[in-house]
Design a binder for this molecule. Sequence first.
Ligand code: NDP
Length: 496
Amino acid sequence: MPGNRTPMTPQTKLFIGGAFVDALDGATIATLNPHDNSPIADVAEAKAADVDRAVEAAAKAFPAWSAMAAMDRGRLLLKLADAIEADAETLARLESLDTGHPLRDTRGLDVPRTAVTYRYFGGMADKFEGTVVPVEAGFLNYVLREPVGVVGQIVPWNFPLMFTSWKMGPALAAGCTVVLKPSELTPLSTLRIAELMRDVGFPAGVVNIVPGYGATAGQRLVDHPEVRKIAFTGSTAIGRSVVRGSAGNLKKVQLELGGKGANIVFDDANLAAAVNGAAFAIFHNQGQACIAGSRLLLHEKIADEFLDRFLKLARSIRLGDPLAEGTEMGPLTSRMHQQRVLDYCAVAREEGGEILTGGRAPDDPALSKGCYVEPTVVRADPGSRVCREEVFGPFVTVSTFKTDEEALAIANGTEYGLGGGLWTSNLQRAHRFAKAMISGMVWVNCYKRVNPGSPFGGVHASGYGREMGFEAMREYTSPKSIWVNVDAQLPPYYRR
Ligand code: NDP
């Protein structure tokens, strides 16, 4: 069984071919604690040559892994889920330390959701079936779902543990082997998962973890001719470069990119629930979520009352060390990202937006070395930059509407289409809006619900392809159609 490693002595090496190894050139990258920017550990930095080694290991492991009985692949994923639960406290503390997520979230959401995802795909492995097509008499046509091969997976820094499970769970269940690059900002929980995988008996090379920079390790993975698919989560800009890079060997691409979720509150909504739900939608994980409800659209009749309650709640959120019990909001994950969010506060002011609360780093001297930003609420014009561009922080814009048509036009007025929500007690309006919103996911009287069985992903600039459920299994497999002549008399094509 896995040892109970403390988060202060994390695994720091690359995981290639079943072993933890240094980078070929010995390079390392320091990972920092976003609470005070103190170094946590120096992690091996994969470069192109290390990625090549990892792809080679994954290619070598592929024939046996893809030929293994699906039930046995599933059994390993189920064992991994158990090992994650046994290791929950270590994983939660490691994730909080590296990302800045408050412990109450890593304990209550990230770790349990990670275990549940591996368990779901462990159960899925031997239930994802091919089909038989009812073709003309005399022929049998059946369709196999074959694993695509070695897949490259690129995971960002906002939910490393969870996103890794969303990507590796279906890939492994489907019979693919994996080379995964975590963000260099937050590699520690992924390396811990690699230790657990080794300990529960995943064969060498089935999973390889190569922390490193996007421009070097990430790019090599995208360009590699033996990688048959890239699954990428991150910004729309890098998503576009992944598509360009995939042209070399025409690899499959799956993109989970940004969002600018509209969260619409109608005048018949349960306001107490909407206020709480809207705060969770934007302030959970400091707003660093592609599905964050970052645009609040309020019916003008309830706008004042809603805002009054919402601002009180936003101002009362307890910021602090993510590892301290009782902290409700931690720091952003990096100094660079903190600055990016503060820059958007400046943009809001320049555009004539009204900062109703927040808009700055907190005064508290205990937080001064960290990457904190206060919960920020900005009244802004729906056409302004802060209402169109993804800020990816605890930053929500507020605008008002008079009619349903106006609300829908504002909601659909960005290039993104990932997630959105609405709060209403009118059943017809709920369904009408759910259908009309340009979005991969819609939440009615709730926000940011996810489940391993429910497809997750977006449209337009939010990307394509889906994580989770049967959709994810389709993403990691290719259909192969097989025709068998069982008793058909074939007329001669060439009559001689
Ligand atoms: P990026 O898109 O740059 O990074 C996401 C991942 O892609 C990281 O692992 C990164 O590595 C990697 N990467 C970067 N360049 C390449 C490349 N050329 N080839 C392959 N992989 C690459 O996002 P940022 O971290 O710069 O964040 C910027 C903005 O992106 C955020 O403010 C937010 O708007 C959006 N974003 C959206 C996310 C989502 O969940 N959809 C997640 C993260 C960001 P490295 O860390 O080394 O750069």
